[in-house]
Write a protein that binds this ligand. Structure first.
Ligand code: PLP
Length: 374
């Protein structure tokens, strides 16, 4: 079967024997995060001569890699993370896949990888959702996490932008990030390590940024903290991000609250949740601002009460309240240490749109071609 709607043709090879419905329901009852995968994946090879070619939807299966495959040595790879949600009317919709496609292209450009056309990225998602829509959970706070990735598949130990690259799209049903309700986190301000420096890869979604952060995350855990907060690499003074999430600061209270998130200086990852919450914040009547905040201002704001809430935001957890902050110099709490009203209101507004339980005025949902016959 060939799909005709995209710029490049896809071969569609569905598995013949599907996982029986009862077994699927059993697995979906407790999916966890990122350990269960659906029955299909999309693969698109690229090479310097042919460009993107031989695109296919095929059975999910392990890869066989030559030990000399370039990505294993030099980490030329990028990824994305987005979600598809079961809608209140029974359909399935992906959240802002066009924005993820655009960011995937920007990340690829930074890593000297070929850019996947946005319509091909969207077609890959449509085909995978069509084949595996029954793996989109319907329980509250559950979703199908979509993971597009691209890596240097050329076999060579010489350092250069790869002549052969592979795009894959896989999908993982996932349960709630907070199975026992939203739980605020304690954060460690990292002064020994930096995530990103000017001119580096901080704005690209690439695995190396995560690899370089693991030791700081371990240090945060040693200090009894859940997450690491990254500061600017030059002065270790300006707040940038938390782990793999952006940060947002709430000044004031109630309808007069003002949202401030660190500006995209080139060392921060431009989160799509961050962008969505800035938009929803304005819709809800809050003043919003992209600016900068130092560690001292964070502490002083909490101490004089002008800074009432702090939250982290990203696709996986939507909004994670920050309850307390620790560094080698000081520690303090944010507000009363519980999830703040503004944070929870924003979270609900976003989750309602994602589920189709509230109108979607910004056209963020991309509805899948899902038929009950497949
Ligand atoms: C993915 C990511 C985010 C959040 O981006 P979303 O598009 O909101 O999921 C923030 N920081 C880092 C480092 C990331 O990799």
């Amino acid at each position: 079967m060939r799909s005709r709607t995209s710029s490049i043709p896809f071969q569609v090879n569905r598995v013949r024997r599907r996982v029986p419905a009862l077994e699927r329901e059993r697995l979906l009852a407790n999916p966890g995060f990122g350990r269960l995968f659906t029955e299909h994946m999309v693969r698109i090879p690229w090479d310097a001569d042919r460009g993107w070619h031989d695109a296919e939807l095929t059975a999910y299966a392990p890869l066989s890699l030559d030990p000399g495959t370039s990505v294993l040595h030099y980490a030329q790879a990028v990824f994305e993370g987005l979600k598809a949600f079961r809608q209140s009317d029974g359909g399935v919709a992906a959240f802002r896949p066009d924005s993820h496609a655009a960011r995937f292209r920007r990340s690829a450009r930074r890593l000297a990888l070929p850019e996947l056309p946005e319509e091909t990225f969207l077609e890959a998602i449509d085909l995978l959702l069509e084949a595996d829509h029954q793996w989109v959970p319907s329980a509250a706070e559950h979703s199908l996490y979509l993971r597009p990735l691209m890596y240097a598949s050329e076999v060579t130990l010489s350092v250069h932008p790869a002549d052969q690259v592979t795009f894959l799209l896989i999908a993982s049903p996932s349960g709630p990030y907070f199975p026992r309700g939203v739980k605020p986190v304690t954060v460690w301000l990292s002064e020994d390590f930096s995530r990103a420096a000017p001119g580096g890869t901080g704005a690209a979604k690439t695995g190396g940024n995560y690899a370089g952060g693991l030791l700081a995350q371990a240090q945060a855990a040693e200090h009894g903290c859940d997450q690491v907060v990254w500061l600017d690499s030059q002065e270790h003074r300006w707040v940038e991000e938390m782990g793999g999430m952006n940060l947002c600061f709430v000044f004031g209270r109630g309808p007069d609250a003002r949202l401030m998130t660190p500006a995209l200086t080139g060392t921060l990852l431009p989160g799509i949740t961050r962008d969505s919450l800035l938009t929803l914040g304005r819709d809800l009547g809050y003043e919003t601002e992209e600016g900068r905040i130092s560690v001292d201002e964070w502490r002083a704001g909490c101490e004089d009460g002008s800074l009432s809430e702090v939250f982290a935001c990203g696709t996986a957890a939507v909004i994670t309240p920050v309850a307390a902050v620790k560094s080698v110099h000081a520690s303090w709490t944010v507000g009363d240490g519980g999830p703040g009203d503004v944070s929870m209101r924003l979270r609900q507004a976003l989750v309602d749109i994602q589920r189709g339980a509230a109108p979607d005025p910004h056209g963020w949902l991309h509805h899948a071609r899902v038929s009950s016959a497949t």
